[in-house]
Design a protein around this ligand. Structure first.
Ligand code: IPE
Ligand code: IPE
Ligand code: MG
Length: 244
């Protein structure tokens, strides 16, 4: 494995609606057209030995979209999970959904639980699909767990540190994303992994998600490989730390 390969890639898959609108199609057609790009990213991560991939599929705020778009998306998630789980399993992918899953339909929750259970023993790629996910929701739910532990006497306030807090977040013990990709031309985080992106390298493209192909993914990886990550240190200090 290359030293400059990210261990964890996080992607905001944006631009499906515009992709469809440009073709005179309903927005839903754009969401459907985005599925091959998801498959490509999973396969590329497996092939390259990237150990974790987190995809933003539906945000806490996306619930406020028109009802038909929301219900079409939920149906698409149910169908896609059903259709893809065999291939994911064959590729050694361990799937998990992160987000407020109780907000999802009972049917979708059941599919998610089945897919997670079916792939739980796999170790090649940890694939997180963020559904009904918001970075602020995540921080609040982690804070609640800690507050409950303190209230019950299981934890002292002084024991709360960054590591303990991070362990309660949706990504749990996974390493923070090294590389963040956003398609669709917007340069913002849109309430994705607020805590975990603290030192992630950011990469943006105007390509709309259904048009995101292998070449674009390779460009993002090449750009990442050329970045100098310093984590607040001077360049000289960081070089010394890297060579230690
Ligand atoms: C991203 O594409 C998918 C979801 C947010 C569910 P959009 O639906 O946001 O597409 P645009 O940004 O409107 O083109
Ligand atoms: C972010 O895209 C959420 C997902 C891709 C799931 P949005 O389209 O919802 O973000 P904004 O509204 O442009 O910030
Ligand atoms: Mg969008």
């Amino acid at each position: 494995m290359s030293a400059t390969l990210p261990r964890h890639v996080a992607i905001i898959m944006d631009g499906n609606g515009r992709w469809a609108q440009q073709r005179g199609l309903a927005r839903h057609a754009g969401h459907k057209a985005g599925i091959p790009a998801v498959r490509m990213c999973v396969e590329e991560c497996v092939r390259r030995g990237i150990g974790a991939l987190t995809l933003f599929a539906f945000s806490s705020e996306n619930w406020r979209r028109p009802e038909t778009e929301v219900s079409n998306l939920m149906t698409l998630f149910v169908d896609a999970l059903e259709r893809e789980v065999t291939d994911l399993h064959a590729n050694g992918v361990r799937l998990a959904v992160i987000g407020d899953r109780h907000a999802l339909s009972v049917r979708l929750q059941a599919r998610v639980a089945e897919a997670e259970h079916h792939t739980a023993g796999n170790t090649r790629l940890r694939l997180q699909i963020a559904m009904s996910y918001g970075g602020r929701w995540d921080i609040v739910q982690a804070a609640r767990k800690l507050a409950a532990a303190v209230a019950s006497g299981a934890l002292r306030t002084s024991d709360i540190d960054e590591a303990r807090f991070a362990a309660g977040l949706a990504l749990g013990e996974l390493p923070d994303p090294d590389l963040f990709i956003r398609t669709g031309g917007e340069h913002r985080i849109s309430n994705f992994l607020l805590w975990n992106l603290a030192y992630t390298e950011l990469w943006f493209t105007d390509l709309l998600w259904p048009d995101f192909g292998v070449a674009a993914f390779e460009s993002a990886l090449a750009c990442f490989a050329g970045r100098e990550r310093r984590y607040g240190l001077t360049a000289a200090q960081q070089r010394e730390a890297d060579s230690a």
